[in-house]
Ligand binder design. Structure first.
Ligand code: UT7
Length: 327
């Protein structure tokens, strides 16, 4: 059976930086509140580029880092909750933009856990000897599903994309992966799609339609802290490792207080947790691959480093994966 490695990474975020102070001009908030309650200082907001564009920039960077061409890709998986269209998918748009002639392509929606779900799928395709090179992207333009009058959500999120080339290898780079969901709690983090509407309805709906994120923050917080700790402990158990054996934990970047809680509960020094949310906010499916790429490109990863990535989000969903850096 083939082993799986992350052969290259990339990320891209729109140039437009929006600070907490900028937000305080449009909603009743302050830099002080956002910083102390979340750790976020600024985020990137698109000036017009859609999800496919930012996904493409991240993918190009990952291909370059991996040293392969788009034509060598067998499959493209894009995790997103903010696609350009219902159809064509972002992954199919990417297949065309990159010139990945022989690649199959599909999108998945596991919200902020999307990259880990995508990595899991890619691993299975490789371990099943079906494909050799798979592009996994987490890409979001969350700014288009924000309610810019709701200070409880619009200060938290940002736009961005992260990508990884996942390839077959003789070395073990991607180990245990767990994914899970708790659909019964889905209501605490929602964004509605189009409502039922057709000329044959007995009663036409008068309900006002919107596609904005609505969130019960405290409920998500409670879920997040629980599943983050449990998922990391489960990965450690499966890999027969202790927290001390892990060089870096790369968590979904939602709230510094969530990460801090998990670190304390696991009795791990917070310095082992990779944090960049102060610069990007919560970019949903993009947050983990953006952080992984920053670590890679800044030369902070060495061959053999043991890493755990862990995430949670809408659905509700959660997941974690063990990586051993093999570049
Ligand atoms: O990828 C998954 C996405 N979601 C998450 O990870 C969210 C997880 N949850 C959280 O991160 C936190 O619950 C939040 C950051 C969303 C909220 O923090 P909190 O400490 O749970 O605050 P809260 O919702 O309990 O609100 C406390 C107060 C309220 O005022 P009152 O009722 O006490 O007067 C809010 O209205 O803070 C107020 N508030 C704000 N004030 C200034 C809420 N948002 C803001 C704001 N600026 N932006």
């Amino acid at each position: 059976m083939a082993e799986v490695i992350i052969r290259g990474t990339g990320h891209y975020a729109p140039e437009n930086v929006v600070s907490n102070f900028d937000l305080s001009k449009i909603v009743d908030t302050s830099d002080e509140w956002i910083t102390t309650r979340t750790g976020i200082k600024e985020r990137r907001i698109t000036a017009g580029e859609n999800t496919s564009h930012i996904a493409c920039r991240a993918a190009e960077s990952a291909l370059k880092d991996a040293g392969i061409t788009a034509e060598e890709l067998d499959l493209i998986i894009v995790a997103t909750v903010t696609p350009d269209n219902v159809t064509p998918s972002v992954s199919c748009m990417l297949q065309s933009m990159l010139g990945a002639r022989k690649a199959a392509a599909f999108d998945i929606n596991a919200a902020c856990t999307g990259f880990i779900y995508g990595l899991n799928l890619a691993s299975m395709f490789i371990k099943g000897d079906i494909y050799n090179n798979i592009l996994v992207v987490g890409a979001e333009t969350l700014s288009k599903i924000m309610n810019w009058q709701d200070r409880g959500t619009c200060v938290l999120f940002g736009d961005g994309a992260g990508a990884a080339i996942v390839s077959s290898s003789t070395e073990r780079g991607v180990g245990s992966i767990i994914i899970g969901s708790d659909g019964a709690k889905g209501e605490v983090l929602q964004c509605k799609a189009l409502p039922i509407n057709n000329p044959f309805l007995k009663e036409q709906s008068t309900e006002e339609h919107h596609s904005h994120v609505i969130m019960e923050g405290r409920e998500v917080f409670r879920f997040a802290t629980g599943v983050m700790v449990d998922s990391i402990e489960e990965i450690l158990r499966r890999e027969n490792l202790t927290p001390q054996d892990i060089k870096f934990f790369i968590p979904h970047q939602a709230n510094l207080r969530i990460i801090d809680y998990a670190a304390k509960k696991l009795e791990v020094d917070i310095s082992k947790f990779v944090i960049n949310l102060e610069r990007f906010g919560n970019t949903s499916s993009a947050s983990i691959p953006i952080a992984l790429d920053e670590m890679n490109k800044n030369g902070l990863l060495s061959k053999g480093d043991r890493i755990i990535i862990v995430g949670f989000g809408g659905g509700l969903t959660y997941g974690a994966a063990y990586l051993q850096w093999q570049k």
